[in-house]
Design a protein around this ligand. Sequence first.
Ligand SMILES: *Cc1c(COP(=O)(O)O)cnc(C)c1O
Length: 512
Amino acid sequence: MSTNPQPCQEGARPLSPAEILLLDPATRACLWRSLIESLEEYVEGLRRRPIARPAPAEQVRAYVRGLDFERPVDPLETLRFVLEGFDRFHVHNAHPRYLGLFVPASSTMGVAADALAAAFNPVLAAWRLSPFAVEVERHLIARVAARFGFDPETSEGCFTCGGSEANHTALLVALSRAFPRWRSGGLRDLPGRPALYVSAEGHHSIAKAAVLCGLGAGAARPVAVDAELRLDAAALRRAIASDRAAGELPFLIVATAGTTSAGAVDPLAPLAEIARQEDLWLHADAAWGGAGVLLPELREAFAGIESADSITFDPHKWLSVPMAAGMFLTRHAGLLERTFQVDGPYMPPARGAGAPVDFYRSSMTWARRFTGLKLLMTLAVAGWRGYESIVRHQVVLGARLRERLAEAGFLVVNRTPLPVVCFVDALEGLADGALEEVAGRVVSEGRAWISTTRIGPLGSLVLRGAITSFHTTSEDVDAVVGTLADARRAVALARAGGRFRGPPARAADKEE
Ligand SMILES: *Cc1c(COP(=O)(O)O)cnc(C)c1O
C-alpha cells in the first residue's frame, strides 16, 4: 500500500488515562483522516493489485512479532503497520477476479456501521440498556423473516456471528422443542439418543454443532443426495425409519438451501412434508444461498422455505455486509426464550407480558456487538431493489461463467441456479493432482482466484468458481476463464512433456 501516514505527534510527556486510549484531539483527527484516506485508496486500487502474494508463514510471523508491546508505538505508525500487513499478507477477497469461497467485498455503509457500532458500543443483551439497537435488530429480523415468507408478526430470531452459530442455535432450539426435559436434565435424561439428518453435501458446521450440543458428531446422519446433489427424500425416509426402529430419537432435519460446494438447493417442500409427518423440526441452512429468495425467477428453487421451522441466513455472505453477521430466524414465537432463558442478580429482570424478550434470554450470548447495524445501514441505502439487482447480476455472471468454461473445454458438473460452478477438464480428463496444480497455478499468479472442492457420493475433486464480489464484471469472468485455460494448457504440457523426460524435478516443483 502506498499510504504512508506521517506521525502527527511529537515528544513525550506523561499521558492521562483518557489520552492513552482516547488519544488527544489532534492525534485523533490525524488518525481518522489517515484511516479514511487509506480505506479510500484501498477501494480505488483494488482492481490493480494482485489478489494474493506468497506469504510464507515464517515471514508473516516475523512481521507480526515486530510489535512487542514493550514500547508504545505511535498511533499512525500502528495504522501503517496494519495496512502494510494487509498489503503483504492478505488474500484480497473483495477483488473482482476472486472467485473463491463466499467472502464478499464489504459494503461501504457496512464499514461505516461497524465503526459506529464500535464507537457507541451498545451491549445487545437487554432492551433497557440499548433500546435503539435492540429495536433495530428486531425490525430487521421481522423484515428478513418476511422475505423468506415467514409471518413477521410472530417470527423471532437473533443475530449471530455467522451461519455456524445460527446452525448451532437451530440444534439447541430443536432439541429443546423435541425434548422438554433436556434443558434441565440434559441428554442423559432422554430415553434414547437424538438423531438429526443433513445432506452429505451439507455444511460441516452441522456436525460441529452436534458435537457442541453434546450429541456427538455421529448424531448428524449424512443423507445421500440425488444426481443434482440435493438431499434424497426417499433416502431420508429410510434413514428416519431405520433409526426409529433401532430406538434412536430423530428430532431434526436440516435442509441446505445452497450448498457450500456446489450451490445445490435441497427439495424444501417435500422435506417440509416429511418433517410434518414425522413431527420433526425442519431447519433450512440458507447461509449463503438464502439471498436467492429476493429473485422471483428463483422462487421455484426456494419453494417451501416458508414452511421451514427455522432458517440460517448470513448477511455477511451474499448481502456483502462485513463479517461477522449471521441470523437465526424462526416462525415459532417463544421457543428461543424457552431454550436460552436464564436469570442472574446483575441481569435486568424478565420484562412484562407483551414486552420484547431481551436478547440475553433468547440467544447464546450476553455481550454482543451491534451486528444488525451494518445490515440496517446497507439495506437502508441499497433497498431490497438494490439487493435484487446485485443478486440478479451475479446469477447472470454465474451463467456466463458456466458458458465460457464449456467453450474453453471444461466440463461443468453441477446444476444450480446459484452462481457457483464446479468443473473438471473435459478433454484431457486431468487427474486430481493436475486439477490441484491448475488451481494452484491460477492462484499463485495473483491475477485470479479459484478453489477446489469435493462433491458427490465419490467425493470427486472438482475446480470451483463462485461469483461473490459485487466488483466482478463479465470481463472479469471472461478473464478468469482465460487464466484458467492458460493454466490448464501449461499443466497439461508439463505433464505430457514429463512422460518423455522422466520424473519431474520435485525440488523445483516445491519451490513454486
Ligand atoms: C458459510 C456457510 C455456513 C457457515 O457460516 P459462517 O458464517 O461461515 O459461520 C453454514 N452453512 C452454509 C450452507 C454455508 O455456506
